[in-house]
Write a protein that binds this ligand. Structure first.
Ligand SMILES: Cc1cc2nc3c(=O)[nH]c(=O)nc-3n(C[C@H](O)[C@H](O)[C@H](O)COP(=O)(O)OP(=O)(O)OC[C@H]3O[C@@H](n4cnc5c(N)ncnc54)[C@H](O)[C@@H]3O)c2cc1C
Length: 536
């Protein structure tokens, strides 16, 4: 049953309360509703995307400039994949690589407590949910289209890989959810408080607010946070009357990471080759599949490199001029908070670049002259990069999120070192070389990709992670987390396919957890524990 209305001060008893109706929350709701579980799904936004709800995502930030929080998350049934930028182009889907799950010799904080094989069956189901090809099929399609020269770049140090582009609209689930009598969806209803019982180890209720006044209390047996990588941390930090939940080891909000994404330079082609020969390591307009290049896992391990993929994007020469790049940067900087610091340098480039703009305007999109090198890579987990509660409060009196995004020189150098592998292979094949134009130190060099990762990291050891390998908050027996906040390391792939795979995995566990908690309760009721003398 999909309902917008709640009675004032209504109390809802349910098996599972899911907070957030994005890809994570909707996937879980559909799966467990199918198995007869009673679900209450809370969504802060409405059925359609509306500006008035975006205000609720406003926050603060310091550290390396990051996109405004209210611009990088969407509050609506269906979640952030309804963002206009994704809506037009589709969202890039790719599983994490086996190496992303493994520990690294030089970085003890790398690695997951599950490996890629554990996730493989869920990735296969996620491909169905996201309506994309199985990855081996998509790889075969792409390989047929790639030129022999392109494939000859694979040499044991470098390999090709692919991304698919999904247009799955999770909000289509509305019609299906409406058919279930065991599902209640509350729109425009924000979870505002998570309250625990007297033991402090069980969530007792969720206090939610519709609009800014109507209060509704949900009493679930199990709670799943699926509010996105920043809001999951914020809700935990503000829970339990401001004392926090799951934060005994000061880990909630820490290890915040973004996917590093930047224009690193371009390929200077030799006269032996042409653009066409290296075509396909990018996304041709409207294509469902894009190729990319990456350093093999063996070389990543040997040289202590983080994971990164490179796209070779055909562009006109003028697109690489300082003037055109600075103009693009300034345009993007408006969406960042805090504002970039090297505005003066960019302004001077723009003012000096009349000729470059003219060339750029005259260049034809269908006759590119160079291959721009675009990098998309991971950062190492960093405790100091974090989400905390900010100084301002929202209209419900809850502190806003404050993001302190940190990036290290090593994160940047690792990407540069991987590009050198590509450069060496290009030279050895006689195709040309890479001209690296990115300069470290500019606060505008590296862009975030709107992937909010790591803030409730998964670890088997409660002193190292917020959730256990089942995504359960270590110290709260009936509280689980879904979404990219549980990623302990991040890889080079966009996160949503993995979010859906993990959501399916969590959904599989829910009926067992509910069953187990019922049996424990029955035992406790059947055999009341004798109280010994309180005073001797
Ligand atoms: C411009 C842009 C481009 C992107 N491109 C890609 C891409 O190509 N590929 C990719 O994999 N990913 C991409 N992403 C990231 C992708 O959108 C997220 O990974 C994905 O949406 C996360 O799913 P989620 O369900 O965890 O969170 P979300 O989709 O953010 O959904 C969370 C939901 O929770 C709700 N919520 C929040 N707080 C509360 C509360 N207190 N009470 C009730 N409800 C609440 C929100 O309203 C929202 O609907 C992109 C993001 C942006 C902004």
């Amino acid at each position: 049953m999909v309902s917008q209305a709640v009675a004032h001060d209504e109390e809802i008893l349910t098996d599972v309360c899911i907070i957030g109706a994005g890809p994570a929350g909707i996937t879980i709701a559909l799966e467990i509703a199918n198995r007869g579980v009673r679900v209450c799904l809370l969504e802060a936004g409405g059925r359609d995307v509306e500006r008035r709800f975006q205000r609720q995502s406003r926050g603060e930030s310091d550290g390396y400039p990051i996109y405004r929080l209210d611009g990088s998350r969407l509050r609506a049934f269906g979640g952030t994949v309804r963002h206009p930028r994704i809506w037009d182009l589709g969202w890039a889907a790719r599983p994490l690589d086996p190496i992303d799950f493994e520990p690294r010799e030089d970085l003890p904080e790398f690695g997951w407590p599950v490996d890629r094989e554990d996730l493989d069956p869920y990735y296969q189901r996620a491909e169905d949910v996201c309506r994309i090809h199985p990855f081996d099929v998509a790889t075969a399609i792409w390989s047929k289209q790639a030129s022999a020269d392109a494939l000859s770049l694979e040499n044991g140090e470098l390999e090709s890989t692919i991304f698919q582009f999904a247009t799955t609209a999770f909000h289509d689930a509305w019609d299906v959810l409406s058919t279930f009598s065991n599902v209640r969806v509350l729109l425009e209803t924000r979870a505002a408080e998570i309250k625990v019982d007297f033991t402090g180890r069980r969530v007792d209720s969720i206090v939610a607010v519709r609009g800014s006044r109507e209060r509704v209390v949900i009493r679930p047996r199990l709670v799943i946070l699926a509010a996105g990588g920043i809001e999951n941390a914020r809700l935990l930090l503000a829970a339990n009357d401001g004392r926090g939940l799951g934060n005994e080891h000061d880990l909630v909000g820490r290890y915040f990471a973004e996917r590093l994404s930047f224009h690193a330079g371009h390929v200077v082609l030799s006269n032996k080759t042409s653009l066409d020969h290296l075509d396909r390591f990018h996304r041709p307009e409207g294509a469902e599949i894009a190729g990319a290049l990456r350093v093999t896992e063996k070389v990543q391990q040997e040289r202590h490199l983080r994971n990164v993929v490179f796209f070779l994007v055909p562009r006109p020469v003028a697109a690489t001029s300082n003037a055109v790049r600075s103009l693009t940067t300034l345009r993007k900087a408006i969406a960042r908070r805090p504002f970039i610091s090297d505005v003066g340098w960019h302004m001077r480039n723009v003012l000096a670049g009349a000729r470059d703009f003219a060339d750029f305007a005259m260049s034809r999109a269908d006759s590119p002259q160079i291959l721009a090198l675009r990098a998309q890579g991971e950062q190492a987990p960093n405790r100091e990069s974090r989400v905390t509660l900010g100084s301002r409060r929202d209209d419900l009196g809850m502190p806003v999120a404050r993001v302190t995004w940190r990036m290290t020189q090593e994160d940047y150098r690792s990407i540069e070192a991987s590009a050198r592998v590509l450069d060496t292979v290009l030279r050895s094949r006689g195709f040309g070389y890479i001209e690296w134009t990115a300069h470290l130190g500019s606060t505008t060099l590296i862009e975030a990709n709107n992937h909010h990762l790591g803030t409730t990291r998964m670890h088997a050891d409660p002193t190292q992670g917020v959730v256990d390998p089942d995504c359960r908050v270590h110290s709260v027996e009936n509280l689980f987390v879904a979404g990219s906040s549980v990623f302990p390391t991040y890889g080079a792939s966009n996160p949503t396919l993995t979010i859906v795979a993990l959501a399916l995995r969590l959904a599989d566990k829910v009926p067992h957890v509910l069953q187990k908690s019922l049996s424990v309760r029955r035992v406790m009721l059947a055999k009341p524990k004798k109280l010994g003398p309180q005073l001797s």
